[in-house]
Structures are given as C-alpha cells and as structure tokens.
Design a protein around this ligand. Structure first.
Ligand code: HEC
Length: 147
C-alpha cells in the first residue's frame, strides 16, 4: 500500500514537469493588428515571454560561445531581444516551443504563455503576407535582374 502511493506520487511529480507537445498549427490569422507593431513586441513580448524563456541564450547582446554569459550555442540569427531577430521564422519558433524542445532546460512554457506567443506569431505571419502583397505595386528592384 505504502509502496503503491509512493509510485503514484513519483509519477505525479514526473508528469508535472514534462508537459505534452502543443498540438496546434499557426494560422496566420491576426486577431489584433496592434500586435504587429514593434512597440507591442518591445512592451509585451520581450518582458512577458522572451526574457522569461529565451534571451538568456538567444540575445543579440551576448557573445558567441558556450559558457555562462554567452549565447551557449544558440544560432545567431534567432535573437529574441530584438524585433528583427525575433520574426525571422515564426514557424521555426512555434515548432520548437510547441514540441517543447525550446527552452531546452529550466522553466516550462505555461498554457497562458503559449497562447501569448501563438497569437503574436500569427500576427507576424499576417504582417509578412501584407508585405508580400505590396510586391504587386513594387518598384521593380528584382533580385534576379542582374543575371
Ligand atoms: C539554454 C539556452 C537556450 C534557451 C534558454 C533557448 N534556446 Fe533556442 N537554441 C539553443 C541552442 C543551443 C540551439 C541550437 C541547437 C538546437 O537547434 O537545438 C537553439 C536553437 C533554437 C531554434 C532553432 C533555430 C534554427 O536554426 O532552426 C529555435 C527556433 C529556438 N532555439 C528558439 C528558442 C525559443 C523560442 C526559446 C524560448 C522559448 C529558446 N530557443 C530558448 C539554446 C537555447
């Protein structure tokens, strides 16, 4: 009996720090266009999400390296303390958080935090699509034109 309840407590303890993957795909539907603004990123996303989980490694202010006070091997392009470094791949960012390979250690992303990230990434995707549509009226500076 004692042994059974010990096993039960142990499994409870283990499961509470090992949340399942988040089974949700980005939609590109932005519920609140003000989330596309750099101000929203600076004022909300950095403090409420990225500084909590990511910028200890993924920060443009940190030198390349492996030890404490460096990027600890995090790819240089993904820097979540700056807007242009945070939006380079909404898909990769979501995939790594949803499959719980990022952050690689320490605090878990809560459901609330995951929602915050999910909504913001959808607005980043929506903003990309808006940018893409502008190309019709574009200036003709075509990357291939020199070939
Ligand atoms: C303890 C340091 C550390 C933390 C904290 C961390 N990462 Fe990483 N991240 C890494 C390292 C090292 C790699 C490269 C190895 C790998 O891809 O797993 C990486 C890779 C990635 C990649 C893949 C980039 C590519 O080239 O495809 C993404 C996306 C990413 N991290 C997002 C995040 C997000 C979002 C957070 C916060 C929720 C986060 N990481 C937190 C260290 C970290």
């Amino acid at each position: 009996m004692l042994r059974l309840s010990l096993v039960f407590l142990l499994s409870l303890g283990l499961s509470s720090c090992d949340s399942p993957p988040i089974d949700r795909e980005l939609t590109g539907v932005c519920d609140d266009p003000s989330m596309m603004d750099v101000e929203y990123f600076d004022e909300v996303m950095v403090g409420d999400f990225f500084d909590v989980h990511c910028t200890v490694c993924h920060s443009r202010d940190l030198p390349v390296g492996q030890g404490v006070g460096t990027r600890r091997g995090a790819p240089q392009s993904f820097s979540y303390n700056v807007h242009d470094g945070a939006i380079i791949s909404p898909e990769d960012t979501w995939d790594r958080v949803a499959d719980r390979t990022m952050p690689p250690m320490g605090r878990e992303v809560s459901d609330e935090e995951a929602d915050l990230l999910f909504n913001w990434l959808n607005c980043v995707l929506a903003a990309e699509q808006l940018d893409g549509d502008d190309d019709d009226s574009a200036t003709g500076d075509d990357d291939d034109s020199g070939r």
